[in-house]
Design a protein around this ligand. Structure first.
Ligand code: THU
Length: 138
């Protein structure tokens, strides 16, 4: 069951990656986040001529989910690369910061995917060990 769901997430991330709008970098990324209730949300990177207005695939997926009322997440799958996916694509610092707003650092899994059979799993805490988060604010 869990494996089937992971396979589905990888397929969704690969499919949404085809919709990436990346005319500047040509680097196409797809992500699929799973909410605690098992629902899935996919997002791709969307670039902008004003480069800072670009949004990464991970944040596109998470913001879609939050817009649909989800605020707690189990894991995210990320797949990225130029034409073909040749390597693992770790999330940028801004995306890790957004994850830290909504995800438990000890349990939230960040799954970097090279192919349907080749992936690496990290916790949010491993990739952002000493981040500033909601716990620091009153
Ligand atoms: N990008 C993502 O969407 N996610 C990542 O994990 C890394 C980078 C995007 C942003 C930009 O559109 C392009 O990839 C190159 O940085």
């Amino acid at each position: 069951m869990e494996t089937d769901q992971l396979e589905m997430m990888i397929k969704m991330a690969l499919a949404v990656r085809k919709r990436a709008y990346a005319p500047y970098s040509k680097f196409h990324v797809g992500a699929c986040v799973e909410a605690n209730d098992g629902s899935l949300y996919a997002g791709c990177n969307i670039e902008n001529a004003g480069y800072t207005a670009t949004i990464c695939a991970e944040r596109a997926a998470i913001f879609k989910a939050v817009s649909e009322g989800k605020r707690n997440f189990k894991r995210i799958v990320i797949v990225g690369g130029y034409d073909k996916v040749k390597d693992f694509c770790p999330p940028c610092g801004v995306c890790l910061q957004v994850m830290s707003e909504f995800c438990n650092p000890e349990t939230f899994q960040i799954i970097l995917v090279k192919s349907i059979k080749e992936y690496k799993v990290y916790t949010l805490k491993e990739l952002l060990p000493k981040g500033f988060g909601p716990a620091q604010l009153l």
